[in-house]
Write a protein that binds this ligand. Structure first.
Ligand code: SF4
Ligand code: SF4
Length: 322
């Protein structure tokens, strides 16, 4: 499988294997400094827009220089996989973000990246050091994905991959080998569109590409550990876990030709689940329903917190619309 020892050919073989494994895109970048992305990150912390995600304040040096995470780092391989399957919610029911209604992507993606590492090992023939990361290292992963030319960040702050849109998961492989690849310059996909900024119900998208995470429903329902204030409870609206509004309105997600990878099968029993069901769950019932999904990670206490708020919000909107 060695391609005459030519680095470019190695990249091509890796792309071929990645496509076979079901990745929507894969790209390669050298660990060069990312001053613009790092400045945006620092500004977010400085402004307190990261809310109570104190883990974001740690390992700033590693974030700025990934070679501190992995000795001998020569190439960051960024890989994207689609979970853009069709989903239709009923009216007036709690909503769960698309990424949470399927098997936990951390497990699926890591297994596929392990397969990819095995192929790369064969291609380079010499012993290879590699580290896989799926949200498990302090990497500026969107910056590296842009550097690798697999996508562009939109005004909603999410990476959009050509033909796949923004319903994608990202993972990375750090390797101690230089892998050179041709890169196509990607256009700015947003143009004059501002659907996401107009549609965000909480004003979390302050301006194109700038988010106040502390106002974002995804942060409130997934990341925030404490009880809600009354204002926060009202902000989450009908969203039980996550929020997809700024992706639902993005025209690029309606024009995708690459669809969800077959590993991501919708758990139909979770669509349109009621707040009553959640509020009556025991620990074992919670495990039975949610084990293996991203929702299991937040635990029953926080899911019930979300369900109480959503139940109140749905009642209020029924009353208002009556
Ligand atoms: S996920 Fe929801 S709350 Fe967060 S920025 Fe997007 S639309 Fe706004
Ligand atoms: S909704 Fe429009 S402005 Fe927002 S990310 Fe999509 S294309 Fe860009």
């Amino acid at each position: 499988m060695l391609m005459n020892g030519q680095p470019l050919s190695v990249a091509r073989q890796i792309r071929k294997e990645a496509a076979r494994l079901g990745f929507a895109a894969i790209g390669f970048s050298s660990p060069v400094p990312q001053p613009v992305a790092m400045q945006h990150y620092t500004d977010m912390l400085h402004d307190g827009r990261h809310g109570e995600m104190s883990y974001m304040e740690k390992q700033r040096e590693e974030r700025s220089d990934p070679s501190l995470l992995f000795a001998g780092l020569r190439t960051i391989i960024s890989a994207a996989i689609s979970y853009n399957y069709p989903l239709h919610y009923g009216d007036g029911v709690p909503k769960i973000s698309k990424y949470a209604l399927i098997n936990d992507y951390h497990t699926v993606l890591r297994a596929k990246l392990e397969d990819l590492v095995a192929t790369i090992q064969l291609l380079v023939e010499e012993p290879l050091n590699a580290r896989i990361t799926v949200d498990s290292s302090p990497l500026l992963e969107k910056a590296w994905a842009e550097e690798a030319a697999i996508g562009k960040t939109g005004k909603n702050t999410l990476l959009k991959v050509p033909s796949a849109g923004s319903y994608i998961f990202l993972g990375e492989i750090l390797v101690d080998r230089e892998i050179v690849a041709t890169k196509l310059a990607l256009p700015n996909y947003c143009g004059s569109c501002s659907n996401c900024l107009e549609r965000c119900p909480t004003g979390a998208l302050l301006e194109p590409g700038k988010i106040d995470a502390s106002k974002c429903i995804s942060y409130l329902t997934v990341e925030l550990k404490r009880e809600f204030t009354a204002e926060e409870a009202a902000m989450i609206g009908e969203w039980l876990f996550g929020c997809d509004l700024c992706q639902e309105v993005c025209p690029h997600n309606r024009q995708t030709t690459i669809k969800a990878n077959e590993s991501f099968v919708l758990r139909q029993n979770l669509v349109n689940i009621t707040t009553e069901t959640i509020l009556n769950l025991t620990k074992s019932g919670f495990r039975e329903l949610f084990y293996g999904t991203p929702i299991f990670r937040i635990g029953l206490r926080r899911l019930k917190r979300n369900a109480r708020a959503v139940a109140d919000n749905l009642k209020r909107s029924l009353y208002i619309n009556a």
